[in-house]
Design a binder for this molecule. Structure first.
Ligand SMILES: [Zn+2]
Length: 322
């Protein structure tokens, strides 16, 4: 933590897009301000990113990664003239398909190759092809259908169905992807760094707004709540300290299990209120007018879109959640 603060990364990388680097724990860093949150694991095996931000911010994200790479490589008393080749970007894991989380895929995955350079190329055969983009199968299915077609390098090339782990330790720990069906979308993954005890949630969990349930892309309130409950099952608190599992939301600040519990309770209460109103045969307009989110609107803004998504999910449930 002191490393980053002392070197003033934030100031150096703050351009117009306001990119901010925050240490999470150990070799894990949060790169914020490029769209959705980007999580970086940086160490001897190279760089693994969770999500890639908006396309227009990709250069700034690369600049931030290069700075982290340089400072970490040169840490440890080496003379500043010692040139250590930067580590390649090996993986980009997409938590879901939205452009604020996948827009940087093309540029950043290609940079996985050029960043390697010199004698590092030989160590990482696949790095010569650029970083591998990994996501749940539905992310590839839906991104392949976007018109006009996305360039090949923007699409996930390695996909999974229910659960996947990287085949080997990366920077000293297991990295596990867990599919959360029909939640924010139908292709959401939690990314669990088992050694660091850090979980990236994508937009299933955000601190800045109500959950956005993307019905068009297969989301549902049932899956959203199931995913938040799964997150609470996975996470472990450490009482009376700031330790325990760290949860990195799709947007907003670094959290712990208590923050997720608060959010899950809010989502549950609003869902129950809307369910009661549906049972009283209230229309969507009547439900919205009754303001079932009023208690939290000062914190999260208008609840209309959230209420509408809950209403539609409950009156027309997705197949998996029936
Ligand atoms: Zn999203």
């Amino acid at each position: 933590m002191a490393l980053v603060a002392a070197l003033g990364f934030s100031q150096q990388t703050a351009g117009n897009a306001q990119i901010r680097i925050e240490p999470i724990r150990g070799h894990m860093y949060l790169i914020a301000g490029a769209g959705g949150n980007i999580i970086a694991s940086i160490g001897p095996d190279g760089v693994l990113l969770v999500d890639s931000g908006l396309a227009e911010n990709a250069d700034k994200v690369l600049e931030a990664i290069n700075q982290l790479n340089r400072e970490i490589a040169n840490h440890g008393g080496l003379p500043t003239t010692t040139v250590i080749p930067p580590k390649p970007i090996r993986y980009i894991i997409n938590t879901h398909l939205h452009a604020d989380h996948t827009g940087g895929n093309e540029k950043i995955s290609k940079a996985g190759r050029t960043i390697t350079g010199g004698n590092v190329t030989g160590e990482f055969g696949d790095a010569a092809e650029g970083a591998t983009v990994v996501a749940q199968q539905a992310v590839l299915d839906r991104m392949s259908q976007i018109k006009p077609a996305l360039p090949f390098a923007a699409l996930p090339e390695d996909t999974y169905s229910d659960e996947m782990k990287l085949s080997h330790f990366f920077n000293g720990e297991a990295v596990v992807l867990l599919h959360q069906p029909a939640a924010h979308t139908d292709g959401d993954s939690f990314v669990w760094f088992r050694g660091s005890d850090v979980i990236a949630t994508g937009d299933i969990f955000v601190t800045t707004s109500y959950p956005f349930i993307d019905l068009q892309n297969g989301g549902s309130i049932q899956g959203e709540l199931a995913a938040l409950n799964r997150l609470l099952d996975l996470a472990v608190p450490e009482f009376r300290t700031e330790g325990g599992t760290l949860i990195i939301p799709g947007h907003g600040r670094i959290c712990d299990i208590a923050d997720v519990a608060y959010y899950r309770d809010m989502v549950t209460i609003v869902r129950d209120r809307v369910q009661d109103m549906i049972q009283k045969d209230m229309t969507l307009e009547q439900v919205k007018a009754a303001k079932p989110t009023a208690d939290w609107d000062p914190r999260y803004g208008s609840g209309d879109r959230f209420v509408e998504a809950i209403y539609k999910s409950l009156t027309n449930p997705p197949k998996e959640a029936k």
